[in-house]
Each structure stands twice: as structure tokens, then as C-alpha cells.
Write a protein that binds this ligand. Structure first.
Ligand SMILES: Cc1ncc(COP(=O)(O)O)c(C=O)c1O
Length: 402
């Protein structure tokens, strides 16, 4: 096989196929076959994109705004993002420090490609969003995973962080509210992380994509708010997908130190160039137009969360903490592992997800995908009726276990 014309790049051999995507594909094909499926697998709001945002895209199309733009985004959008970061987050970035990309995913990808060489390490907290470690591997870097626990509310232990940092550490990834746990890092927790990072010369990337999906009375804060002295080596990543229900527009952004943003732009120059022209116009409308549609969506998510959490906790063998943000529940299902379905022992979260899909027609993502065996991720981006139906199906399957 050494000389096969199809042999792939070495870096790809390190990358694992996304278990979430394969499960989603299976669920989609069942739904396409007409199976009455309840899906808790979605990673996107089930709300329509706000009307004024769609209108802005349509107006841009009609006006012929359909050509290449500057790679980093139209000046109007970069300025609107810099204004948003100042107004809502109290962070000062010049528009030139903002790079608009095809989703926060590309922003993060650009970051790792611009920063990492072979042997460079990036610290990631588990449970983590599946793409972080794979993106690091695709950039020839090495992910260093630090476990966090349900008991500690998924707050990282500063001593563990301190031990994980080395001369090879180039960056630490923070994500709060967190996918998949919905946990939110308090100002105190961020302060303790900042105290450790002050002693190490690495970059910090804060993925704030779930910023608006917050169910706490306290306002959102990231590490740059708590430790402004770290801002010169912090890259803020955010986007339009989750807050504005704009996943298909593919728009996200990074704001950070000029040199790094310029290097990230070089990566984008040679890969995709600019994000879609008319989507950028829609993004300006999202930031500067009425925010009520988003506020209504967040209120609905909060009551769905409460229902899903209480429903899951009512099922014997399942324990679910209430997520403070994002739109995911991350129930502990450890007591179910090892129980038998039709004589066969359940071997882990992947097996349980397969059983739920095959037997109960419920799609839920296994915790294993996020580096946390013994858990499932259930998104509440689905109707209240679907949540009720899904809960009774899960409950029936669990009752059938021996
Ligand atoms: C933690 C996290 N970061 C980034 C993204 C990427 O968002 P997008 O590329 O749609 O902006 C996601 C999407 O699921 C996510 O969960």
C-alpha cells in the first residue's frame, strides 16, 4: 500500500472520524426512511433565522453584492464586530484586529494552522467540543487533555492546569458556556485559570460562541474580562450560528493580536478567501438590528432545559445537572453501563446511543465523543412535544434493561 496513489497525508491518519457526525448521519437516514425519530442530537437552534437578518441577505443579493470581498471581511462588518466587542464585552479591538471567517470553526482552524508546528502542545479541557483536538492534530500539534468532573461543575483544577503546561504549550482553549456540558466558568474560576496562565508564555483562545445562551443572572464574562492583562495574548472567537440561528450562513470571527490575526488571514487567503459576501451583510443586520428574536429563543431554551433536566432526573439510573448555558444536557448514565438489553450487556455510551437510536428511535450523542465516557449529550434544540416523547421513550428503554 506504500505506493498506492490513494495514500493519504500522515496528519490525516491522526485525525479520528467524528462520531457525532456518523451518528447524525445514521439518524438522518432513519428520518429520511420515514422513521418517527426524536432527535436530541442537533447542534443548532431549531428557530428560524430572524426575519430582518434574512431580509438583509436578500437585499444584498438583489443589489448585486455577490462578488469577492476582502479576505478578512467587509469593513462594515469588521467595524460592527469591533463595536459589539466594545459595547457588549468591554473589549477594545480595532477593526483591523478582526478576521471574519466561514464560521467560528474556520476561525479556530486558522488559529491552529497559523500557530502550531510539530510537537507544539495545546491544552484542552475535557469534556470538549469534538473539533478542538482534531483541529490541533490537523495542524501537526499535540492536544493535551485535562479532565474536569461533574462533581466540580466541570470547572478546571488550576493545579492540574499548572502541571499540564510545559515549554511546548502554545495555547490553552477555553469554552464557556461549554459544549457539551453546558457548564459556565464563573469569574472566580476564570480568575484562578488566569493566575496560572500569567506564569506561562502561551496564547489563550476563548471560544465564546455560546455567549448569548446563558441561563444565569450574572452577565457573560470571559478570561479577557476577568484578566485584562492577558488580553494582549488572547484570541476571542465568536460567531453568528448559535445566537442568531444562522448556522447555514457560515459566519464567525476571531479578534486578537494584530500579528496573529495577520497570520490567520494568510491561512484564509490561501484556503477560502472571504466568507460569503451577502452573508456578511446579514451579519451586520444581526449585530445591529433588533435583538428580541434571540431573547425569545433563549427564554424558550431555558424552559425546555428545565423540563428536560427534570424529566431525565426522574429516570432511574440517569442523573443530570442543570446546564447554566448552551443548549445541551449532559446526563450521567454510568449506572446503565453494564446492564443488559435482551441479554447483551451495554458496553459504553456509544453502545447506549446505538440502542437508543435502534430500539427507542431516539438520537443522543455518546459522551465518549467528547472525551467523557458514561455520559450522553442531549440537545434541547427540539420542540417541547419532541422532548416529552423522547423522555418517555428513553424511560421505556431504561425500564427494559436488566
Ligand atoms: C464550542 C463550539 N465552537 C465552535 C463551533 C462552530 O460554530 P460555527 O462554525 O457554526 O460558527 C461550535 C459548533 O457546534 C461549537 O459547539
Amino acid at each position: 500500500m506504500g505506493n498506492s496513489p490513494f495514500r493519504l497525508a500522515r496528519r490525516l491518519r491522526e485525525v479520528r472520524p467524528s462520531p457525532t457526525l456518523s451518528l447524525l448521519a445514521k439518524a438522518k437516514s432513519l428520518a429520511a426512511q420515514g422513521v418517527d425519530l426524536v432527535s436530541f442530537a442537533a447542534g443548532e437552534p431549531d428557530f428560524d433565522t430572524p426575519e430582518h437578518v434574512k431580509e438583509a441577505a436578500i437585499a444584498a443579493l438583489r443589489a448585486g453584492f455577490t462578488k469577492y470581498t476582502a479576505t478578512a471581511g467587509i469593513p462594515e462588518l469588521r467595524a460592527a464586530i469591533a463595536n459589539k466587542l466594545k459595547r457588549e464585552n468591554g473589549l477594545s479591538f480595532a477593526p483591523e484586529q478582526v478576521l471574519v471567517s466561514c464560521g467560528a470553526k474556520q476561525s479556530l482552524y486558522n488559529f491552529f494552522q497559523a500557530l502550531l508546528s510539530e510537537g507544539d502542545e495545546v491544552v484542552i479541557f475535557a469534556p470538549y467540543w469534538v473539533s478542538y483536538p482534531e483541529m490541533v492534530r490537523l495542524a501537526d500539534g499535540t492536544p493535551v487533555i485535562i479532565e474536569t468532573s461533574e462533581e466540580d461543575g466541570y470547572v478546571p483544577d488550576p493545579r492540574q492546569l499548572s502541571r499540564a503546561l510545559s515549554a511546548r504549550t502554545r495555547a490553552v482553549v477555553l469554552n464557556s458556556p461549554t459544549n457539551p456540558t453546558g457548564a459556565v466558568l464563573s469569574r472566580q474560576a476564570l480568575g484562578r485559570i488566569a493566575a496560572v496562565l500569567r506564569g506561562h508564555d502561551c496564547l489563550i483562545v476563548t471560544d465564546d460562541i455560546y455567549e448569548k445562551l446563558l441561563y444565569l443572572p450574572e452577565p457573560f464574562a470571559d478570561i479577557a474580562n476577568v484578566a485584562p492583562d492577558l488580553l494582549p495574548r488572547t484570541v476571542v472567537v465568536n460567531g453568528f450560528s448559535k445566537a442568531f440561528s444562522m448556522t447555514g450562513f457560515r459566519l464567525g470571527y476571531a479578534a486578537g493580536p494584530r500579528e496573529l490575526i495577520a497570520a490567520m488571514q494568510s491561512v484564509q487567503d490561501q484556503s477560502t478567501s472571504n466568507p460569503t459576501s451577502f452573508a456578511q451583510k446579514a451579519a451586520v443586520a444581526a449585530l445591529e438590528g433588533p435583538q428580541e428574536p434571540m431573547e425569545r429563543m433563549v427564554a424558550e431554551f431555558k424552559s425546555r432545559r428545565d423540563r428536560l433536566v427534570s424529566g431525565l432526573n426522574a429516570i432511574e439510573g440517569i442523573r443530570c445537572r442543570s446546564p447554566e448555558g448552551a443548549f445541551y444536557c449532559f446526563p450521567n448514565v454510568e449506572p446503565l453501563i453494564g446492564r443488559r438489553f435482551k441479554g447483551q450487556p451495554i458496553t459504553g455510551s456509544m453502545h447506549l446511543s446505538e440502542l437508543l437510536l435502534g430500539e427507542a428511535k431516539v438520537a443522543a450523542v455518546p459522551g465518549l465523543a467528547f472525551g467523557a465516557e458514561g455520559y450522553l449529550r442531549l440537545s434541547f434544540c427540539t420542540s417541547r412535544e419532541a422532548i416529552e416523547k423522547g423522555l418517555s421513550r428513553i424511560s421505556e428503554l431504561v425500564a427494559a434493561l436488566a
